[in-house]
Structures are given as C-alpha cells and as structure tokens.
Write a protein that binds this ligand. Sequence first.
Ligand code: PXP
Length: 245
Amino acid sequence: MIKLGVNIDHVATLRQARYRETPDSPNAEPDPVAAALVAERAGAHGITAHLRLDRRHMQDRDIFALRKSVTTKLNLEMGNSGEVLEIALKVLPDDVCLVPENRREVTTEGGLDCAGQMASLRPTIDRLQESGIVVSLFIDPEEEQIAAAAELGAQFVELHTGAFANSTGGKREDELARLIKSAGLAHAAGLQVNAGHGLNSGNIRDVLPIPHLVELNIGHSIISRAVFCGLDSAVKEMLHLMNDA
Ligand code: PXP
C-alpha cells in the first residue's frame, strides 16, 4: 500500500494571514498541530511541514510542537541552509526532505540540483544522518539527479510530480513516462522512492502505477478540499482514492 504524507503548511498559511504580527494572540488560529492530529486520526501515515527561511507559514515553534505531538512520522522539508539545519538537528524529525528554496517562489518550483550542488549538500546530509534522520532529496525525474542522489547516500528521493500535474495531452503522458522510468532507475540505484507536488483527486490515480512508490506527499489539494468538507473527510477521501485503485 502506498502511504500518504499530508503537508499541513497551508494551515499555518491561513493563521499567518491574520496573525503574523500578533503571534501570541489567544485568538491565533488555525493550529497546525491540531490539524496534524486530525490528519493522523483520519489515517495519514505521516505529517510534512516546510520551515522556510522567510517563515511565511510554519514557524519554529510549530515544528517543535509538531515533533512533540505527531505519532506517525514527522517529515521536515527544508532548504540547504545552515540556519534551518541547526533547528532540524534540535527537532530531530524522523525524515528531512531537502528542497530548493527561493524566496520569490509561490511554492517549491523545481527539484534540487543534486548533481550541481554535491559539495554543499554532502555535509548537510551527513550531519542529518549522523543524528539518525532519514534523508530524502526532492528532485526532478532526471537520470543525472538520481545518480547524484545515490552518490550522496540519501535513503530516499522524492520525485517532483509538478511537471506531470501541470501538463496536458501528450506532454502529460511523457511526464508520466519520465516519472515511471526515474522510479525504476532510483530503485535500481538503491534509493527508496516518494513522489509529490501538484497531486489532487483528479490526477492521483494516474500516478499510482509509478513503480516502487513508498509515499506520496500531498498538501494544497487536501487543505483546499478541507475548506469544504473538513480535514478528516479530505484526508479520508484521498486515502480512499489511493487504496481503491
Ligand atoms: N513535496 C514537496 C517536496 C513539496 O515541497 C511540496 C510543496 O510544499 C509538496 C510535496 C506538496 O505539494 P502540493 O502542496 O502541491 O501537494
């Protein structure tokens, strides 16, 4: 069974929209920790949160609080920055997924350039792994990146499904084929395979045949759906779509 990791960043996005300047207000809501617990009770296999350098959604205290409360698995997404690395080494999430980070982007736009950044990634990966944290690298489905991820000794890659999710027709078929091929290459290189970005109830079934998938990480579409039906139902609906196929 493919696992579901629920990314709850947008719960914090909503809170920050109103309470960025008054974080200690007793009215500050919604609480990402409460959301994590609802998602776990609904059957999510893990909780994902991204601590960005600009702190646009998750705050440091959210990550520490999630660590105390999450009982499934906490996956911290982070850019390769010394500042966030020190926090990760204090929080000790189960997993860290290293992502590229650009202050101007709306969301993580492309995969990490592992091949081009081996020298700066290696010490970060080593320090995380020395602390017992499982390391995943968020990459575009490209052979060169998979080879670099394997050489860097990461345990997982997370294949970026954004190009697939955002394309149509023949291009979409090509992107899916690229994901399928890359999952096979990653597995053959000894890497475990996750995937995510842009997945929703309309495209989830199409990615399930990607071989060797351990976990899908989904955020925006689940939180969007939750606005209408509640988070518990939104998580259950996604699990149903994943397990029914
Ligand atoms: N995986 C990674 C590495 C991400 O950066 C994101 C976005 O934060 C996701 C998965 C989830 O993407 P989406 O919000 O489009 O479901």
